[in-house]
Design a protein around this ligand. Structure first.
Ligand code: CIR
Length: 254
């Protein structure tokens, strides 16, 4: 069975962290409705939703992906790069305890789950504003006994690695090469985002389908031409908080 950990949108989401996005008012009711529709899409694709209680004082807490990396063998609780986001990990750790043995990224290490892209036994990890070398070294040590290889990928032009590249098929990645160099992914097939849609590389693969923002029409067409099944969702309010489709859930086999 697939479990998807999610969390309701915080009423304080308007005070979220922003790096590459200009602050715009977020309609909390619309954001909540979009989040519910996103959860329905996960349910349709076979996930059982485990929704955490809202965190009214943690603006970015809907973006649960950043708080942990869940592998088949263990879960690593992160130490997020943004200080305001660090308390989010407590409740995520409590929820994951029921499913996995836990490890923790410790300061001075920092790591955001949005920087970790797992493809088979390889973990590509963005070396970013949020994730540092110490955090990557700790992750490497935790996963080495399970034969995962950790590859650091320096990124500067976007928030997280998965803002610029995600998996959309067994050997296929969706990428914005202007944000993430393609050199690290030599053995994969690459689908480029449409040039008019730089933020379109964030897709969430579940089984053979991808959950994908409905606004990226041109890139969606490219995915469909590749034969990829797309489940489109409207996440426009969450995008104002610099969130995408991967960051609103932690999905794993239970
Ligand atoms: C942040 O800056 O941390 C949030 N406003 C957005 C986090 C999005 N997370 C993700 O893409 N994994």
């Amino acid at each position: 069975m697939l479990v998807a950990i999610t969390r309701d949108v915080s009423p304080s989401i308007g005070q979220c962290e922003l790096t590459h996005v200009v602050r715009a008012p977020i309609d909390i009711d619309v954001a909540r409705a979009q989040h519910r529709a996103y959860e329905r899409c996960l349910t349709d694709l076979g996930c059982e939703i485990h929704r955490l209680p809202p965190e009214p004082d943690l603006p970015d807490s809907v973006f649960v992906e950043d708080a942990a990396i869940v592998l088949d063998e263990l879960a690593v609780i992160t130490h997020p790069g943004a200080e305001s986001r660090r308390p989010e990990t407590l409740s995520v750790a409590r929820a994951l305890e029921a499913y996995r043995s836990l490890r923790h990224i410790e300061p001075p290490g920092t790591l955001d789950g949005g920087d970790v892209l797992r493809v088979g036994r390889t973990l590509y990890v963005g070396l970013s504003r949020r994730t540092n070398e110490v955090g990557i070294a700790q992750l490497r040590r935790y996963v080495k006994p399970y034969a995962y290889v950790v590859k650091a990928v320096p990124i500067e032009k976007c928030l997280h690695l998965k803002s610029g590249v995600t998996q959309v098929g067994e050997r296929v990645l969706l990428i914005n090469r202007k944000w993430v160099g393609a050199g690290a992914f030599k053995r994969m097939e690459l689908v480029d985002v449409a040039p008019s849609e730089p933020t379109a590389a964030n897709a969430l693969l579940i089984g053979d389908a991808v959950v994908y923002p409905e606004s990226h029409v041109a890139t969606r067409k490219r995915l469909e031409e590749w034969g990829i099944d797309v489940c489109a969702v409207d996440v426009s309010e969450l995008a104002k908080a610099e969130g995408g489709v991967t960051c609103c859930s932690l999905i794993f086999r239970s």
